[in-house]
Design a protein. Structure first.
Length: 446
């Protein structure tokens, strides 16, 4: 959230007009509110992950005033928000790879302004600078000239420099971190986007921390490949949807969250909850999963120095279709990756899928009925399996009726539509997988 309030800002703007109230009135309400709006809003470009719709939905869930302006090549989302976004913001986002903040300079910028703009952005660096250009929609030949012009422009100003990335391939997130391109004391990357009438320049302010993801993905002691491995990035996305639902349900922004994962497996979601210093309640029908989850939680506490007094965790064995006894800790939100059915090494036949589907539909119905009975006011974010037979994709058949009959309604963050015309849900799938995950956001009907 932005600090201070809009009234403070009105005083600042009035102050900048020298307190001349006549002049202030003469500007008229429209002029004033438009300028106030421009002062409050920041414009960003986000490089979206492999599932751009999910990434956009996540941004919309995290930023209450998110307003998408353009979507370039289904990859870069240009949007406005009052929030100041930085590396901490990106560390919470599972679906965004890079964030750049618009640089406006002293007026309308053109291609020719880029070298001097870069020099200005690098004026905070002492000694040799490192720079990079992330070029979107700019042909390689023009891009090459631009890299050269930037290097020459810095040389003319007596600034020694080197660059990473090139006109064909922008610097990778890991390089942006390692080479100091996100650190104003060391370097700068400009993100430059050109498409039709749009010409947008921003400074890259944050990039995905690949090493941190690798550590939690493959560094934890217990991994169970037989139940499908939830990527930590997807766990973050689910949690961001969950926090969005919890806030909507409470009609305010909660400071912390008690999260319940009733199909916890070896604990990818619980780990992410702990990293946010929130309370996690986790259960699974399998004792092996419960033990694995406990070990991974212990590893998380040690690795990231998370004390029990700062973030509690309770793990137990439980069938998610049987009554929950959660009187001591009522969750604000249930966030879970439901069963994906049996592990598949070959593409399933339609007959196989029909059997898996019956089991999954029954499990989802038993679970949702149980949630409504035991935790009636708690919203749910869950994933459901979608199978891919040779020629067709098969999501659960009865789930829409089940959701309705159990007393929930599906919702989406603002401005996001579902992946199919008749399904208000999102699809997460890698093209080589036989089972995808349908993400549903469920609000209890009041
Ligand atoms: C796809 S896995 C979840 C994996 C988990 N997200 C992780 O990070 O490892 C589904 C889990 O649901 C559990 N499960 C299946 N049926 C269940 C039930 N009726 N009640 C509770 N857990 C169940 C399985 O034991 C499995 O661990």
């Amino acid at each position: 959230m932005v600090g201070g309030d809009e009234n403070d800002l009105i005083s600042v703007v009035r102050g900048s007009l020298g307190g001349r109230s006549e002049e202030f009135k003469a500007f008229g309400a429209d002029f004033f509110s438009n300028n106030l709006y421009a002062l409050l809003m920041h414009v960003y470009a986000a490089l979206l992950g492999n599932n751009p719709t999910i990434s956009t939905a996540e941004l919309s869930a995290l930023l209450p005033d998110f307003t998408q302006k353009h979507l370039i090549a289904n990859q870069y989302c240009i949007f406005e928000t009052k929030e100041e976004l930085n590396q901490d913001t990106l560390n919470r986002l599972g679906g965004t790879i890079i964030i750049a903040k618009q640089v406006t300079g002293n007026g309308v910028l053109t291609f020719a302004d880029i070298p001097s703009l870069l020099a200005t952005e690098l004026s905070t660096v002492k000694g040799k600078v490192v720079f990079s250009l992330r070029l979107v929609g700019i042909p390689p030949r023009e891009g090459k000239d631009l890299f050269r012009a930037c290097k020459n422009g810095l040389k003319k100003k007596g600034v020694p420099s080197r660059y990473t990335g090139n006109e064909r391939e922008a610097a990778k997130p890991i390089v942006l971190h390692d080479d100091g391109l996100l650190d104003p004391k060391k370097g700068c990357e400009l993100t430059i986007i050109r498409e039709k009438h749009l010409f947008w320049i921003g400074r890259t302010v944050a990039a995905q921390n690949v090493k941190a993801y690798t550590l939690r993905d493959i560094g934890k002691p217990v991994r169970d490949t037989t139940v499908g491995l939830l990527p930590p990035k997807l766990a973050q996305i689910l949690l961001n949807f969950g926090e969005y639902l919890a806030n909507e349900n409470a009609k305010k922004t909660l400071k912390s969250y008690v999260v319940f994962d009733p199909f916890c497996g070896t604990g990818v979601i619980p780990i992410e909850v702990l990293l946010r210093r929130n309370t996690i309640l986790a259960s699974d029908v399998s004792l092996k999963a419960v033990n694995g989850c406990e070990k991974n939680i212990e590893w998380t506490r040690k690795t990231y120095k998370i004390l029990k007094k700062d973030a509690e965790s309770i793990v137990w064995k439980q069938d998610a279709t049987k009554p929950f006894d959660l009187k001591k800790h009522v969750p604000d939100i249930i966030v879970t990756e439901g069963s994906l059915g049996p592990a598949l090494s070959d593409r399933p036949t339609i007959k196989d899928i029909e059997k898996f589907m019956r089991d999954s539909d029954d499990l989802a119905a038993g679970f949702l009925k149980n949630c409504k009975a035991c935790l009636p006011n708690v919203p749910i974010v869950m994933t459901l399996p979608v199978w891919y037979a040779m020629k067709k994709m098969m999501p659960l058949k009865k789930i829409a009726e089940t959701i309705d009959a159990c007393g929930y309604k599906t919702v989406m963050p603002p401005h996001v539509s579902g992946w199919l015309p008749d399904r208000l849900s999102l699809l997460y799938r890698r093209s080589d997988q036989f089972v995808g995950r349908e993400i549903v956001l469920l609000m209890p009907k009041k």
